[in-house]
Design a protein around this ligand. Structure first.
Ligand SMILES: *Cc1c(COP(=O)(O)O)cnc(C)c1O
Length: 427
């Protein structure tokens, strides 16, 4: 078969605008995306030149691009099989991955459901919780409680627990399941807020299947950080009132906050935990829902003693192989030292942003840096300012933020910080 002719950039963009949906985009598109030709290390080769990636492709590419070890894992697995169905069949990559996840996650999580995206892993988590109570004859426990400012994905159940102020919610009010919301968690521990959490869980206990939150860092819902002590409050209140606790670690997992999983900051084990994003080092789409024996046994004692979920690409061997290699890379190095190094670089490099007009807050935790403005960011001006500094950023709402790959060198961390400042100034 002859190769397709390479499209000139202008033609590619014209076709893109006309035919291709982009995340949260209109159709036809209104702004031209950058065209990426290839990526290596922390650099994207784009139609606007080489850019240092400040986004890790939305939290996922923690080891950078085109990594020889991950490439080799994919190549090796391709030579065996890229996919087989998971019903009635199993394979070493999936089994090894499940064992790795059980070993590295908080004690008590022992069973792994492999899903094909973060949103699906949250759907599975919700299904597990509802089915658990149904199996125990308490089918009235069907609602979820969460705090505002969260993000859990774009499919139906996840959307219902995303921040209700996000805009999309209003569009779907009356259609989405109605969940219980409490205020967003304050950054520091406040007893009055802890009391509010306890009271809400107690008040709604009869109808609550689970509390679901992002531990320590709320990502796409607003890039807010909160005291890990609230996770202990949730654990205790959930235990006291027969409610399950779900941690969505899809953004925070695999070291990003300075702990392997953010739950460790509070030494709390949830009943169900979702991971995704960095699971495959940003190579392939895969996520997982882990649960405790209590949840699994509860479901398996019910009138329908199975978890009725089974995506076509469940346990995909190619993704599972790369995930095993990515976890091996992470644990085979002093990942905490790298995250702390980036944290120090971001603290220093973002400090000048505090003096900029229009900046409301600057915060850094682990390998995450956030500049919050007092106005909606001008996406185009902010993105262009970052590109002029040689950096790829994707600001949203009132936020200019970065979560660089862990392999980002000190000079590139400084460059990213300069770009965040420039984007905050211009945006
Ligand atoms: C990105 C994200 C999701 C959704 O994952 P997808 O793979 O995009 O479906 C869910 N929860 C959190 C916390 C996320 O950051």
């Amino acid at each position: 078969m002859p190769d397709l002719p390479a499209l000139p950039v202008s033609e590619l963009l014209a076709l893109d605008r006309r035919h291709v949906w982009h995340p949260y985009g209109p159709m036809p598109g209104r702004v031209d995306p950058l065209v990426v030709e290839s990526a290596s290390g922390v650099r994207l080769r784009t139609s606007s030149g080489d850019l240092v990636d400040g986004m890790s492709s939305w939290w996922s590419a923690v080891h950078g691009y085109n990594h020889p070890v991950l490439n080799e894992a994919a190549r090796e697995q391709l030579g065996r099989m890229s996919h087989v169905m998971f019903g009635g069949l199993t394979h070493e990559p999936a089994v090894r991955l499940a064992k790795l996840l059980v070993d590295m996650s908080p004690d008590g999580l022992e069973h792994v459901f492999l899903a094909d995206s973060g949103s699906v892993s949250v759907e599975v988590a919700v299904k597990m919780c509802l089915q658990y109570w149904r199996s125990l004859g308490r089918g009235g426990k069907q609602r979820l409680l969460t705090w505002r400012g969260g993000y859990h994905g774009d499919t139906w159940q996840p959307m219902s627990v995303c921040d209700p102020e996000g805009g999309m919610h209003e569009l779907w009010s009356g259609v989405l399941p109605r969940q219980v919301f409490v205020d967003a968690p304050p950054a520091d521990y406040e007893e009055a807020y802890a009391e509010q959490l306890r009271a809400a869980i107690e008040r709604h206990a009869d109808e609550l299947a689970a509390v679901i939150v992002e531990p320590v860092v709320q990502g796409a819902g607003g890039m807010r950080f909160h005291s890990p002590a609230y996770l202990r409050v949730l654990r205790e209140a959930c235990d006291a009132h027969d409610v399950l606790l779900v941690f969505d670690e899809i953004a925070t997992g695999f070291g990003r906050t300075g702990a392997l999983f953010a739950a460790e900051h509070a030494a709390v084990t949830p009943d169900v935990m979702c991971v995704g994003k960095a699971l495959t080092g940003g190579y392939l789409t895969m996520a997982a829902t882990l649960c405790t024996p209590r949840v699994a046994e509860g479901i398996s004692r019910g009138e329908v003693p199975v978890l009725a979920h089974g995506p076509t690409f469940m346990g995909n061997p190619l993704a599972a192989s790369v995930a095993c290699a990515s976890i091996g890379l992470l644990l085979g190095q002093d990942w905490l030292a790298e995250v702390k190094r980036i944290e120090a670089g971001l603290r220093e490099g973002l400090a000048p942003a505090r003096e900029l007009p229009g900046v409301r807050d600057v915060r850094v935790l682990g390998a995450i840096g956030v500049v919050q403005l007092d106005h909606e960011v001008d996406m185009r001006a902010a993105t262009e300012a970052a590109v002029r500094e040689g950096v790829w950023l994707r600001p949203f709402r009132d936020l200019v933020y970065t979560m660089p790959p862990y392999v980002t060198g000190d000079e590139d961390v400084a460059r990213i910080a300069r770009a965040v400042c420039a984007a905050a100034k211009e945006g």
